[in-house]
Design a binder for this molecule. Structure first.
Ligand code: UN1
Length: 499
């Protein structure tokens, strides 16, 4: 589908796409597809006030009823799956199947959140005093600011929004400046769900704000936005986290990753190769969970590198809309430059580079590159740095302890995995002395997580958790209550204070 048809299918009007100050280009061919209006920074106070007003109403709507809105959102997403997937391809450059996969992730989290809306369970706790009952309840928290990145322009929004909504919170969404159209499409889709939902959803329950750092700063700095969920670089997190902390807000951070795979001598190599290729070059290396470091046992390294180099050589690179393409474009020329710079510094540190060259033939324009495989003499500074492109650094190890040390010896802590058929190795990797990451897999690559688990990582990845498991607790406040139904007033800890 050409760009104009994709936009038309999603109901974009000429007025929405022209005359604004933010130019949107497609990474597929570098074509300018829209000039859209930005939210004036001066409007942000009003946006936040409206969100607070929406909160006052939405918090009192019963949670299962709030879940009904998310159920309708899931239905609307199902109906728009192909169109929204195509827009993800247009704006983020993902191949068709990954664009659709991203929308599927949105549908999945909606289903999850609908169920969760009936399970915002608290606890009852045994009181030490007679005639007393202690309990814990979860309450809505207030407006949730969502700052999302270009690489998962819609799924990460849905993880946050589906949960925030069922938890009783309005949302203010600032998408990446590179992907405002997918955000506008989601706003339309949610609008259709809201129209079907009925009038107990307040106006301004979800607001989209488009623009640069000043727009983001307004929500990050406002004490009226108690939750900030931000996805992006570690550098961005280093700016956001202290600001939110200084006003005692809550931040949910999903920042850089530098994900590794350990390939042990017993590994099923064919399976490992499939896992490596998908997680290292899928999405053109632009997932936060992308495989960036391969730690291979020295007895199989030469064999694995040879097989991988052969697999890399046959990868179809080009227009992500064409059936059979596996590697689409990088997000822009800046990414291609960063890739070339990282490869040059890896070389200067003793790396042997296979692939990694820019591709200009047989592509529709845009910034394309062959993925790179780089044999490294050790874990140098370049290897420890996340470059958001398809470069896979290969290192060798001798003992599992050494491999785990290498895996953990980077500043980031998002995702990790081991390929082994040895249960001792697998369980050691998952144990307290194993991977230090938020995600640790066995015989599965580090990327492509399901929504059912809590998603996020440690260290410079920021410590936040989103999507499944009990990540919903990050969007609510906990209240501990003690009720005295006796006729006495005993004090805790046996304290006597008779008056
Ligand atoms: C991201 O890159 O920001 O596990 C999120 C995965 C996807 C999500 C990635 N489900 O790769």
């Amino acid at each position: 589908m050409d760009h104009a048809t994709v936009l038309k299918t999603l109901g974009f009007t000429e007025a929405e796409l022209t005359g604004g100050s933010l130019t949107v280009t497609s990474p597929i061919d570098g074509a300018e597809v829209a000039c859209i209006a930005e939210t004036p920074a001066a409007d942000m106070a009003d946006v936040i006030a409206k969100s607070q007003a929406a909160f006052k109403e939405w918090r009192s709507v019963p949670a299962p009823r709030r879940g009904e809105l998310v159920r309708l959102l899931g239905e609307e997403l199902r109906a728009s799956k192909d169109a929204l997937g195509a827009l993800v391809t247009l704006e983020a450059g993902k191949i068709t199947s990954e664009g659709l996969g991203e929308v599927q992730e949105m549908i999945d989290i909606c289903d999850f959140a609908v169920g969760q809306s009936r399970q915002l369970y608290g606890l009852t706790i045994a009181s030490e005093r007679p005639g007393h009952k202690m309990s814990e309840t979860w309450h809505p928290m207030g407006p949730c600011g969502v700052i999302s990145a270009f690489n998962f322009p819609v799924a990460v929004w849905s993880w946050n929004t589906a949960l925030a909504l069922i938890c009783g919170n309005p949302v203010i969404w600032k998408p990446s400046e590179k992907t405002p159209l997918t955000a506008m499409a989601c706003q339309k889709i949610l609008g259709r769900a809201l129209a079907r939902f009925g009038d107990d959803a307040p106006a301004d329950l979800h607001q989209l704000v488009i623009g640069g750092a000043d727009i983001g700063e307004a929500i990050v700095d406002s004490k009226d936005v108690p939750i900030i969920s931000a996805t992006g670089s570690t550098r961005m997190g280093q700016i956001v986290a202290p600001k939110v902390a200084s006003r005692f807000g809550r931040s949910i951070l999903e920042l850089g990753g530098n994900n590794a795979m350990i390939v042990a001598p017993s590994a099923d190599l064919d399976m490992a190769i499939r896992g490596i290729v998908f997680s290292a070059v899928g999405t053109a290396g632009q997932r936060c969970t992308t495989l960036r470091r391969l730690i291979v046992h020295k007895s199989i390294k030469a064999d694995l590198v040879e097989k991988l180099a052969a697999a890399y050589a046959s990868l179809p690179i080009g227009d992500p809309r064409i059936d059979g393409t596996l590697i689409g474009p990088l997000v822009g020329q800046g990414a291609l430059d960063a890739m070339q710079a990282a490869l040059a510094s890896a070389k200067s540190e003793g790396g042997i580079v296979h692939g990694g060259a820019p591709v200009t033939e047989g592509v529709p324009g845009g910034a394309y590159a062959t993925p790179a495989l780089v044999e490294m003499p050790g874990q140098t500074e370049t290897v420890k740095t996340e470059t958001f492109v398809p470069i896979l650094y290969v290192m060798e190890y001798d003992t599992l302890e050494e491999a785990i040390h290498l895996q953990n010896d980077v500043p980031q802590g998002l995702s990790s995995c081991i390929f082994t058929l040895n249960v001792r190795e697998a369980e050691t990797f998952l144990s307290a002395v194993g991977s230090d990451c938020g995600i640790a897999n066995v015989n599965i690559g580090p990327s492509g997580a399901e929504i059912g688990g809590a998603f996020g990582g440690e260290k410079e990845t920021g410590g936040g958790r989103e999507s499944g498991s009990d990540a919903w607790k990050g969007y609510m406040r906990r209240q501990t209550s003690t009720v005295n139904y006796s006729a006495e007033l005993p004090l805790a800890q046996g304290v006597k204070f008779d008056v």
